[in-house]
Design a binder for this molecule. Structure first.
Ligand code: AMP
Ligand code: MG
Length: 635
């Protein structure tokens, strides 16, 4: 038999381009949440319910009217009359009137009329008399409906990998099934020397490692592996196995039989059944790879050496699977460290396994034949083909093994569709913590956020700067963002047309600390001024003023399902929900970043995106860039 030689190795860059060019049809299936672990969510998950769905008690105690307890003290307790009891899970049947109380358990619905729960420990019962020795305020020990998750909130993003926490969220909103990406990956091991783990080892034989390591790798990507077992080194058996796998799966992986040895026939089988896109990549470990297509099914002949097989899997196959399955994140984590020793490299693009000891990098290479090369290493460093020598002390990027998905950027602040768009356009993983503008200012001030989104007006109508000055923030940069139209949101058949109509209707307000709520307060303050009353007097007469929807979308949802008549929020949100919008103001939405992060890659990418034409063009109606967008104010 003729020996095949690798005359023309494909470069790592070209191999990446080639794999990226393979078209994959996204497929989805609906599965039970209990079976969904490690799968990738194929749709945005929006809650159809409030969590909790009713105002509930977080303590064992007595539901009362807070007013009745205001005079209570340890020396002078007050007494209320017990009129019944509400265990968890029951429908509330009671009305708590003045001077009355209902015995309530943790998790039970607050009865009508009551607005606070007194902890059992702060009471004494004598017959039907409950004496209370400490005042409670309105809302104390009550978890309000929707305060965990608001109906209409996007709780999970398309492309997210499902873990126990995600399954917790899915079940909390009542979803029993979830739509996930579906990709089947066939796995074939080849070699006369292979034996299945668990069988006795015979002379000259080794255990099949690749089937199991690749099986796990496929699951880690969120896809479904199908193990076809060990195929002996003969053409017919291999052809049959590959035919079956290519007929049943979306991607086929083989291992072994790809090198230039006489018995290595995988490249020929793939070439005869389909087309060969590459044979041999200029990489170490892993040079003998075949990448082909059989009836449109990507078929990858991985090297037999376990370390090589896994390295090629991680570098070229995992990205293909993740793309096919719609995963939004590439779980690679790269950290910077310095070489603890000098390193020589020869000619090939090397992915050198390394160990990390207190920030210093040491080679952990036992050769590509050893499986413990990878298991004992913490990650690898990439050495380009033209580099022959690296000195101790050279800074290097270490790609860590394992799939810790760390976000690129931690964002805290006011919720905004503009931020979602920045995330989509830059491809960055932005962890958004919707804490309102004031949450954003605090998170920058105490160093926990990388970036804050703020739209906080002060009484003069100036945005953000007055608050920054008042807080005495320094070492920060305010990047002017965009303008947003804010106004009343109502149903189309509503007669509401101007801001003072709020007084006559049920309002769904935003959460305290949100810039949007502050803007409404300013507008209501102006109104109060006209009427010659205080803002407090004004707001206390508004039904629903104390509500606190966490997002614009949740505001719209409350109006759509009739829980409120009017809200205050973005035109874009109203438009998306098909609701009427009456413009009241235009506000400034800015980004606040610590100065030392201004020039890191991620923040730079966001800044560039902010002033790009594509961003301007894709913003929803009611949000627009203007001449100040991208301007920087250093403090
Ligand atoms: P090959 O490309 O078939 O010549 O295989 C290269 C090396 O990898 C040989 O030492 C094989 O014994 C070894 N090898 C091939 N397949 C596996 C496998 N599934 N598990 C462990 N080692 C393997
Ligand atoms: Mg072999």
């Amino acid at each position: 038999m003729q020996r095949k030689e690798f005359r023309e190795l494909t470069s790592v860059e070209d191999a990446r381009i080639l794999v990226n060019g393979i078209g994959m049809q996204p497929k989805t299936i609906s599965i039970l949440i209990e079976n969904s672990i490690d799968h990738i969510i194929a749709e945005d998950i929006v809650s159809r319910v409030d969590v909790p769905s009713f105002n509930k008690s977080v303590m064992d105690g007595y539901a009362v009217r807070a007013e009745d307890t205001y005079q209570a003290s340890e020396t002078n307790s007050c007494t209320v009359k017990l009129i019944g009891s509400v265990p968890a899970g029951c429908q509330d049947r009671f009305f708590v009137g003045d001077g009355e109380a209902v015995d309530i358990s943790t998790g039970a619905p607050i009865p009508q009329g009551a607005d606070a729960v007194v902890m059992i420990e702060q009471t004494k019962q004598q017959g039907n008399d409950i004496s209370i020795d400490r005042p409670v305020h309105i809302g104390e020990n009550i978890m309000r409906a929707g305060s965990d998750i608001m109906r209409g909130e996007r709780v999970l993003r398309k492309g997210t990998r499902i873990g126990s926490r995600e399954i917790g969220v899915l079940s909390a909103i009542g979803k029993r099934e979830v739509l996930v990406g579906s990709v089947m990956v066939g796995i074939i091991s080849t070699g006369d020397e292979l034996i299945q783990p668990g069988e006795p080892l015979e002379p000259g034989k080794i255990y099949d490692t690749n089937s199991y390591a690749l099986n796990a790798g496929v699951i880690e990507c969120g896809a479904t592996p199908v193990i076809y077992g060990i195929i002996r080194d003969n053409d017919l058996d291999m052809e049959e196995a590959i035919d079956t796998a290519a007929g049943e799966c979306d991607i086929v992986l083989t291992s072994g039989s790809t090198s230039a040895g006489a018995g290595d026939i995988m490249y020929r089988v793939i070439g005869e059944k389909g087309i060969t896109l590459a044979h041999g990549i200029n990489i170490k470990p892993g040079k003998p790879v075949v990448i082909g297509l059989i009836d449109g099914v990507p078929t990858i002949g991985l090297p037999g050496n376990p370390t090589s097989a896994l390295t090629i899997f991680n570098e070229f196959v995992a990205p293909l699977i993740r793309r096919a399955i719609g995963a939004s994140t590439d779980p690679k984590t790269v950290i910077t460290a310095v070489l603890g020793t000098s390193i020589r490299s020869q000619g090939r693009h090397q992915l050198l396994p390394v160990g990390l000891v207190r920030g210093k990098v040491y080679p952990a290479d036992k050769g590509s034949g050893a499986i413990t090369t990878l298991a004992d290493a913490d990650g690898f460093i990439e050495i380009r083909p033209e580099i022959e020598y690296m000195d101790a002390g050279t800074p290097v990027g270490v790609t860590l093994f394992g799939d810790v998905t760390r976000p690129d950027v931690l964002f805290v602040g006011g919720s905004c569709p503009g931020i979602d768009l920045l995330e989509d356009l830059t491809g960055l993983r932005i962890r958004v913590i919707g804490a309102g503008s004031s949450g954003g200012f605090s998170a920058i001030s105490n160093g926990t956020a990388d970036i804050a989104g703020v739209n906080m007006p002060d009484a003069s109508g100036e945005y953000n700067m007055p608050i920054i000055k008042r807080m005495g923030l320094s070492g920060v940069v305010l990047i002017k963002g965009y303008r947003r139209e804010q106004g009343l949101i109502t149903r189309h058949d509503s007669e509401i047309s101007k801001i003072w109509d709020i007084l006559e209707h049920r309002l769904i307000n935003r959460n305290r600390g949100s810039g949007t709520r502050a803007l409404l307060d300013i507008k209501l303050g102006e109104l109060a001024g006209e009427k010659g009353i205080s803002l407090r007097e004004m707001t206390s007469s508004i039904t629903g003023y104390d509500s606190g929807a966490k997002t614009h979308r949740a505001v719209c949802d409350a109006i759509m399902n009739g829980r409120a008549d009017v809200g205050f929020g973005l035109r874009s949100a109203a438009g998306e929900a098909g609701l009427k919008f009456i413009k009241v103001a235009e506000e400034e939405y800015d980004l606040l970043v610590p100065k030392h992060l201004l020039d890191i890659g991620e923040i730079r990418a966001l800044r560039e995106c902010l002033v790009s034409e594509e961003f301007a063009g894709r913003l929803p109606a009611g949000i627009f860039v203007y001449e100040d967008s991208g301007k920087r104010i250093e403090l």
